[in-house]
Write a protein that binds this ligand. Structure first.
Ligand SMILES: Nc1ncnc2c1ncn2[C@@H]1O[C@H](COP(=O)(O)OP(=O)(O)O)[C@@H](O)[C@H]1O
Ligand SMILES: [Mg+2]
Length: 257
C-alpha cells in the first residue's frame, strides 16, 4: 500500500522564485491497484510520481510504502519514462537487463529474466538490436520490459505513451492491459489523455494546477479484463470522458482569468 499524507512540495529556482508544485496531497493506493493521474500541464503529476519513487523528497508531508517511509530512491518501484530513457549504445537485451544489473543480480539470472520480459512485451527476435533500429513503440516496449524485469511491486509510468502516434499508443494500451491482467502490480500512470485515464484506471486522480492539488478521485466502473475495443463501445467510458473534459475545461478557464 502507498500512503501519501499531507504532501506539499515547493521548488525554488533562480529567476522564477518559488513554485508550489504540490499542495496538501493525500492519497492511498492499494496493492495491485491501477491508478491514473490526469490534470493540466504543470499541476504536479510528475512531482507526485517522483515523490512515490523517492526521486523527489517532499518539502513537507510523508510517503510510505507498506508502512516504510520513503526517504530516497528504493527498490519497491520502477519507472517507465515518456522519452524511453534507453541506453543508445546497448542492445535491447542489455537495456532490459540494465535495472537488474544495478540491483546486483548475477549475469545468468539477469539474462534469463531479460529474455522472459522481452518475450512478454512481444520483442522476441529483437534482442540484439539497438534502440535506433526500433520504432518508438518498440523502444517503449523495451522501457516497459526493463521496468517489469526488476519485478518491483510498483510500476510508475509518466506519460509513457505520450510520444507515440495514436495507433501505436492504442496497441501499447492493449498490451499493458494484457500484461497487467496476467501479472498484477500497483501502477501509478500519469497521462494527459482522458480516454487513456478511463480505459486503464481503477481510479482516476484528477489534479489542478497552481497550486497542484487533488481535485477529485473518480472510480471507474468498467469491468475487467478490459480491452480498448470493448471499452470504446461502453457508455461508462463516454460518460467519464465527458466528465473529465468538463472538469479540465473549467480548470483551464479559471486559470485563464
Ligand atoms: N526542478 C524544478 N525546478 C523548478 N520548478 C519545477 C521543477 N520541476 C517542476 N517544476 C515546476 O513545478 C510545477 C509542477 O511540475 P510537474 O510536476 O513537472 O508537473 P506536470 O508533470 O503535471 O506537468 C510546474 O510549475 C513546474 O514548472
Ligand atoms: Mg509531467
Amino acid at each position: 500500500m502507498i500512503t501519501i499524507e499531507n504532501v506539499n512540495h515547493r521548488y525554488i529556482s533562480e529567476g522564477r522564485g518559488e513554485t508550489v508544485a504540490l499542495k496538501d496531497v493525500n492519497l492511498t493506493i492499494a496493492d495491485n491497484e491501477f491508478v491514473t493521474v490526469i490534470g493540466p500541464s504543470g499541476c504536479g503529476k510528475t512531482t507526485l510520481m517522483r515523490a512515490v519513487g523517492g526521486l523527489v523528497l517532499p518539502t513537507s508531508g510523508t510517503v510510505d510504502i507498506d508502512g516504510a517511509r520513503v526517504t530516497g530512491p528504493h527498490q519497491k518501484s520502477a519507472i517507465v519514462f515518456q522519452n524511453f530513457a534507453l541506453l543508445p549504445w546497448e542492445t535491447v537485451e542489455k537495456n532490459v537487463a540494465f535495472g537488474l544489473e544495478l540491483a546486483g543480480v548475477p549475469k545468468a539470472e539477469r539474462m534469463a529474466k531479460a529474455r522472459a520480459y522481452i518475450e512478454k512485451v512481444g520483442l522476441t527476435g529483437f534482442e540484439q538490436k539497438y534502440p535506433r533500429e526500433l520504432s518508438g513503440g518498440m523502444q517503449q516496449r523495451v522501457g516497459l520490459a526493463r521496468a517489469l524485469a526488476v519485478e518491483s511491486p510498483i510500476l510508475l509510468m509518466d506519460e509513457p505513451f505520450g510520444a507515440l502516434d495514436q495507433q501505436t499508443r492504442r496497441y501499447m494500451q492493449e498490451e499493458l492491459l494484457d500484461i497487467w491482467q496476467q501479472d498484477r502490480r500497483t501502477v501509478v500512470f500519469v497521462t494527459h489523455d482522458m480516454e487513456e485515464a478511463v480505459l486503464l484506471g481503477d481510479r482516476i486522480v484528477l489534479m489542478s494546477a497552481r497550486p497542484g492539488k487533488i481535485e477529485e478521485v473518480i472510480d471507474v466502473d468498467l469491468p475487467r479484463p478490459r480491452s480498448a475495443a470493448r471499452a470504446e463501445a461502453s457508455p461508462e467510458l463516454t460518460r467519464l470522458k465527458e466528465y473529465l473534459w468538463e472538469r479540465l475545461r473549467d480548470m483551464h478557464e479559471k486559470a485563464a482569468v
